[in-house]
Design a protein around this ligand. Structure first.
Ligand code: ADP
Length: 173
């Protein structure tokens, strides 16, 4: 059942013992605030060193590195869209972040993966809209059959947790 494979939790993504955590990075991949800063701080300076070798990442795409000092084996860095009012292709860009992160995960034999709420912090994407896009994209991907056993959606605050929980219910997976 799909619903057993998608879980919404509240917590800190850097603490999770999963195969891969996803980073809501920026185009430079050289670190930033929010979840990006937390991941770099927890993974250690080796992460930044490997990120430098990747030469950035276009919005909507995803690149993988080792997790270094994190419990997670891998970090999949994706770059969400900056919210510009919703008519500049933000929805599709956000969907591509989830899709491309999952593709990279499958290519690396990832079975358990955790996502933060991409673009809904500094990038200003409305969380209710983002949560529906995230869930739809993940469900669509898992529905096609893949090696991924579990997807965790990690919410850092109550507002996000409520939004993702509601979106999951609405999907009635
Ligand atoms: P973006 O620039 O893509 O908006 P942010 O890091 O500013 O990225 O915010 C994305 C989401 O990540 C926000 O909902 C924020 O509350 C959340 N977040 C911040 N730190 C963590 C963390 N350690 N674990 C999980 N989520 C986090």
């Amino acid at each position: 059942m799909l619903s057993d494979r998608v879980v919404v939790i509240k917590g800190d993504i850097v603490e999770l013992d999963v195969d891969a955590i996803v980073n809501a990075a920026n185009n430079s991949l050289l670190g930033g605030g929010g979840v990006d800063g937390a991941i770099h701080a927890a993974a250690g300076p080796e992460l930044l060193e490997e990120c430098r070798s990747l030469k950035g990442c276009p919005t909507g795409e995803a690149k993988i590195t080792s997790g270094y000092h994190l419990p997670a084996k891998w970090v999949i860095h994706t770059v969400g869209p900056i919210w510009r009012g919703g008519t500049s292709g933000e929805d599709e860009m956000l969907a591509r972040c989830y899709r491309n992160s999952l593709k990279v995960a499958v290519r690396n034999s990832v079975r358990t993966i955790a996502f933060p709420s991409i673009s809904t912090g500094a990038y200003g994407f409305p969380v209710d809209r983002a949560s529906r896009i995230a869930l739809a994209e993940i469900a669509g991907f898992l529905g096609k059959g893949s090696s991924i056993e579990k997807v965790l959606l990690v919410c850092f605050n109550e507002r996000a947790f409520e939004s993702y929980s509601r979106a999951l219910e609405e999907m009635a997976l």
